[in-house]
Write a protein that binds this ligand. Sequence first.
Ligand code: C2E
Ligand code: CA
Ligand code: CA
Ligand code: CA
Length: 278
Amino acid sequence: PLATMAAMVGKWRPAAAQAATVKSYGAGELGAAIAGDELVNYYQPKVAVATGAVVGVETLVRWRHPTDGLVFPDQFIGVAEEHGLIDGLTRVVLTGAMADAAAWLKLGLRLRVAINISMDNFSTVDFADFVSGAAAAAAVAPQDVILEVTESRLMLDRRAPLEVLTRLRLKRFGLSIDDFGTGHSSLTQLRDIPFDELKIDSSFVHGAWRDTTALAMYAASLGLGKQLGMEVVAEGVEDQDDWDLLRRTNCDLAQGYFIARPMPAADLAGWNTIWNER
Ligand code: C2E
Ligand code: CA
Ligand code: CA
Ligand code: CA
């Protein structure tokens, strides 16, 4: 019966998640994977709610593991942060994303590319210089690069992150506050850091239309973002009901399985054509 249940659960899970096994990885193995080209960037579109236009993509890293298949970031980002590997990981992801953005540009596809940044990245003094160097090398404009920041744990010393974020801001990179309303991603940060974009966490988006509490959180976050002049993105848009809520409430951008699952760089141009013709 357990095997049958596992098979059923397997069928139930989104296709993109099927290869992942729940297991934790060692720092040695992960370090070798980062150095050895085993990480691969997937991209998920962000679209304008009012027009349906594709305005950008979020970069989501996967690990093409030699024996375990496609491993998802929740299984190794924490390991990277704990073992001093996040700096190298972010650099690999960012460099790859800039190369892909440059390739899309050649196809006539100008997209803003978002990268997930860990708070630990800010302990490296030259992080802002690295980001601008990578963008310049690929001839991608800073305005077309967005850094999505999440604070997964309490930061005791806030000066280093503030300094790096301010430098990035001065260089005209876009700053986005990720998973808004969860963890430490909250009001204090909005006051301290000049974000351009606010991402409402999927837990306040998917199914919010029939959940009074989630709906109140969604509406409050949307209103706050708009009042502060930020572009607001709703994450976790999984079905027509979610999409209709965003339309009714004039949310700026939407991201989620209803629009597209994260996909390899090579699939994006084809997806974009189909999306525009729908
Ligand atoms: P996130 O930044 O909040 O990214 C959104 C996550 O939600 C992604 O999971 C995405 O695949 C998933 N998602 C997208 N649409 C839907 C939907 O409609 N419904 C649901 N339920 N989920 C949806 P993923 O790719 O597994 O990434 C998980 C987290 O790992 C990310 O959450 C981000 O915090 C982190 N991460 C991913 N790539 C990187 C990276 O390059 N660097 C760092 N530091 N963190 C990363
Ligand atoms: Ca993100
Ligand atoms: Ca998020
Ligand atoms: Ca998240």
